[in-house]
Write a protein that binds this ligand. Structure first.
Ligand code: 5GP
Length: 173
């Protein structure tokens, strides 16, 4: 683990934010048909944690989009590798992301879901790097804002490694 420089966001800080987001989502979507759509692979840990803090009935599914591969920067190309199975027509979709960076992935996903006639499409992210945005995107349920650093842990990888770290860490350049 000598590629890890430091812990940027501790597991305790993440937990606190997840509880806060879960409470807000539970109250905002009370009485509504909610589907959480986790973005693989990075979003799987956040979705699992968030879902258990939601106290209203909720469905979920995963979508898989192309990642950066072994690179640290976005190619801007978003490819759907695995789509959801749930029919979201008339339902409230909440896209659950690990991290919003340029915003290109979410922009693409939001557009895709809008074509499926949902009642609404909103976004919830564990981490956000607003300084890196290339497209304007509304993040309704915002997690922890972080500086422009490449991070791993809490579902986020570098070349397939470090997703299992409980804290969000900065990698050595
Ligand atoms: P965007 O399309 O917003 O540029 O990129 C979003 C995705 O890029 C995130 O869901 C994440 O998978 C990946 N990403 C962006 N920044 C980082 C980072 O600092 N570390 C890791 N591991 N992935 C990142």
């Amino acid at each position: 683990m000598n590629e890890i420089r430091e812990v940027l966001v501790s597991r305790d800080a993440i937990r606190e934010k997840v509880i806060e987001l879960g409470r807000k989502i539970s109250s905002d979507y009370e009485g509504k048909d909610l589907v959480l759509v986790g973005v693989l692979k990075g979003g799987f840990i956040f979705l699992a944690d968030l879902m258990r803090e939601i106290t209203i009935p909720v469905d979920m599914d995963f979508i898989s989009v192309s990642s950066y591969g072994n690179s640290k920067s976005s190619s801007g190309v978003v490819r759907i590798i695995k789509d959801i199975d749930v029919n979201v027509s008339g339902k409230h979709v909440l896209i659950v992301e690990d991290l919003v960076d340029t915003g290109l992935t979410l922009n693409h996903l939001k557009e895709l879901f809008y074509t499926r006639e949902p009642a609404s499409v909103k976004v919830c992210t564990a981490l956000d790097k607003p300084s890196r945005r290339k497209v304007e995107i509304e993040v309704e349920y915002e997690g922890i804002i972080i500086p422009d650093e490449f991070v791993v842990g809490y579902g986020l990888d570098y070349a397939g490694k470090y997703r299992n770290l409980p804290d969000v860490c900065i990698l050595n350049a």
